[in-house]
Design a protein around this ligand. Structure first.
Ligand SMILES: *Cc1c(COP(=O)(O)O)cnc(C)c1O
Length: 357
């Protein structure tokens, strides 16, 4: 029998989430963001559940080519643009749309001889200060692109830094509106948080990522609990051993957990080499044999220990859910001091993936 750990992906949850997203932004087309191997779910796996999307957004040429080879003929957007002038050959060959965030990229397009005009997303740096042209440089960049026969449609694009927090999008929206004042054509601004919470940002194309997978852009499950979004990935395993502790017994590496009285614990087949966060402290929620309980001790490479006090019936072979349908990944991430984004996208290659409808 193989090690009992597995990640189950629900294709119906995925297509449900895309429908929910369309209800939030009924007038926009959807770039389903599948970067980072579809946030850990596997690009090749999610394609089926997202077949009714309008396009896919990602960063890696490898993933773009995988989508084409899997039969996807619709739009593909390179969210980070291209990395060297030679990449324009692949952009031409596979019919990719690319972000343009720097002057050197405009020069490179000018030198290129694509077989068909390339659609570009002109990136505005509206305050995040990662990629993009400062608002006052956008018009010049747009005119430079507009003058090139190698360029097809130009869409204005920007990215929000705190659409998931109290600061919102107002300041960045002012920058974006100023940058595009004299520029006609489509816009694409909204990530997941803006898709849910700022309808004024929707425009022509939204770019949701994390909500496709049923986790919260704010890191708090309660913020999306009533939205109709459903977790796509369930990471599960089984109890492979139990121990009866006496008061004072310690558990795991460095003995960081100490039993205060008699306590039964379960040993489960999942560890940080499966993608579970090593920094998750004792007390991180875990769902064991139908009951919510918590971890005890330091997460090891291949095992985690869990408290069986609330589930005395649990035994070797009992089902354990690390996150998923019964335990939102956001709730695990919060206790571990991170976000669902990081946990999902860090799912390790050694975890077998099972697809369910
Ligand atoms: C990752 C990414 C998104 C999606 O972000 P979510 O918060 O997961 O919705 C959208 N746009 C760009 C440019 C991105 O890099």
């Amino acid at each position: 029998m193989p090690r009992p750990i597995s990640a189950t992906l629900s294709l119906s949850a995925l297509s449900n989430n895309l429908q929910v997203i369309r209800r939030f932004a009924p007038h926009s087309k959807v770039w389903s963001v599948v970067k980072a191997n579809a946030y850990g779910h596997g690009v090749e796996h999610v394609l089926q559940g997202l077949s009714s999307t309008d396009g896919f957004g990602l960063l890696d040429f490898k993933e773009a080519i995988l989508l084409r080879e899997s039969g996807w003929q619709g739009p593909i957007l390179l969210l980070e643009g291209f990395f060297s002038p030679a990449d324009l050959e692949a952009i031409d060959q596979y019919g990719l749309t690319t972000a343009v965030h720097s002057d050197w990229q405009i020069d490179a397009i000018k030198q290129a001889k694509p077989s068909a005009p390339i659609n570009v997303y002109l990136k505005i740096n509206s305050g995040m200060n990662r990629l993009g042209f400062k608002p006052e440089k956008v018009e010049a960049a747009w005119h430079a692109l507009k003058a090139l026969p190698q360029v097809g449609e130009i869409t204005l694009m920007s990215h929000f830094a705190h659409a998931d927090g109290p600061e919102g999008v107002e300041g960045q929206m002012a920058q974006i509106l100023a940058a595009g004042e004299n520029i006609s054509g489509p816009r694409s601004l909204a990530n997941s948080a803006a898709t849910l919470w700022y309808p004024d940002t929707h425009y022509d194309w939204i770019r949701p990522g994390i909500i496709l997978y049923g986790a919260s852009p704010s890191g708090k499950w309660r913020d999306i609990a009533d939205s109709g979004l459903k977790p796509v990935m369930t990471l599960s395993t089984e109890i492979i051993g139990t121990q009866q502790l006496q008061a004072g017994d310690r558990v795991g590496y460095s003995g960081r957990y100490r039993a205060s009285g008699e306590q039964r614990i379960g040993i489960i087949a999942c560890g940080y080499a499966d993608g579970y966060p090593r920094h998750a402290p004792s007390g991180t929620p875990v769902w064991v044999d139908g009951v919510m309980t918590q971890t005890v001790g330091t997460v090891s490479m291949d095992m985690i220990m869990v408290d069986l006090t609330p589930c005395p019936q649990a035994a070797i072979g009992s089902k354990v859910e690390l996150w998923g349908a019964n335990l939102p990944v956001d709730d695990v991430a919060t206790v571990a001091g991170t976000l669902g984004y990081e946990l999902l996208s860090a799912l390790a290659p050694r975890v077998p993936v099972t697809i369910v409808e």
